[in-house]
Design a protein around this ligand. Structure first.
Ligand SMILES: N[C@@H](CCC[C@H](N)C(=O)O)C(=O)O
Length: 261
């Protein structure tokens, strides 16, 4: 069988996208999905998403990590699937879609390549020694460091993700260094088991954790530089809860093609 696919990237976090509105693709197949995401033997991607019909919503986002397992929310994936929905003519400039962590509102530019995605509210940030731990749709560990450019993010991230606390359920590990304006962030992603060029729920977690760390409240806008580009996070924080959280950035179609499965 031939499968038509699309490849998108959001700040270098890259995904295979499949239009499954007719429900013709049986995606409950970890070997197939990890094979398609393989960068040498497949199409290559940090994850794979299916756009499906869902009553009461514009569409449903079904997300798999590159290891072929269904996972929690993917922020950059969410932005890319909104751009894909516009490309397919499923939506125009605004949308309400369903993802694994609930409904999401998003807005897309007329050109179709810049997406603002509303994320879930967050009111629980804990500490693991000096690091912050929070769930922004996916679980994240946020650690302030120096010399981030030179650090071995694979080695340090892999060690934290596989320590006794996180080994069973996994966690995404974000290293953050303040810049003149905003932050520089590098992330080791669970389910990819490697450093990725960007992580949307990760930079969201960093922006919230840094607001708490710096005791900032009110309406906050945080620019973040990642290996694959620049993202922006804006939110309200009253000292207890983070609300109206938006992850903003590019979402670009790279190519499309057919693969035999
Ligand atoms: N790249 C994503 C996060 C995808 C999910 C993550 N790998 C996990 O399993 O927790 C993003 O942009 O948020």
């Amino acid at each position: 069988m031939k499968l038509h696919f699309y490849k998108y990237q959001g700040a270098g976090n890259d995904f295979i996208l499949i239009d499954n509105r007719d429900n013709s693709v049986d995606h409950h197949n970890p070997k197939l999905i990890s094979g398609l995401c393989d960068r040498r033997f497949g199409i290559g991607g940090d994850g794979l998403m299916l756009l499906q019909n869902k009553e009461g919503y514009d569409f449903e986002m079904v997300y798999y990590n590159a290891d072929g397992q269904p996972s929690s929310m993917c922020g950059n994936g969410g932005r890319c699937i909104v751009a894909f929905a516009k490309f397919l003519g499923v939506i125009e400039s605004e949308t309400e879609f369903l993802a694994v962590d609930g409904p999401h509102y998003a807005k897309i530019s007329d050109e179709g390549d810049w997406v603002s995605l509303q994320m879930i509210d967050v009111n629980d940030v804990s500490k693991d020694a000096e690091a912050y731990v929070l769930n922004t749709g996916s679980p994240h560990y946020v650690k302030l460091v120096d010399g981030l450019e030179q650090r071995n993010v694979y080695q340090e991230g892999h060690a934290i993700r596989n320590n006794a606390t996180y080994r069973k359920n996994g966690i995404n590990v974000n290293f953050v260094e303040p810049m003149e304006e905003g932050y520089f962030v590098r992330t080791f992603e669970r389910g990819v088991e490697d450093e990725t060029f960007a992580c949307g729920t990760g930079v969201t977690a960093v922006a919230l954790a840094m607001a708490q760390h710096n005791e900032q409240t009110g309406h906050i806008t945080t620019p973040i530089k990642v290996l694959g580009g620049n993202l922006n996070i804006r939110f309200d924080y009253d000292g207890k809860a983070f609300t109206d959280i938006f992850l903003e950035g590019p979402a670009v179609k790279v190519f499309e093609g057919e693969v035999v499965i």
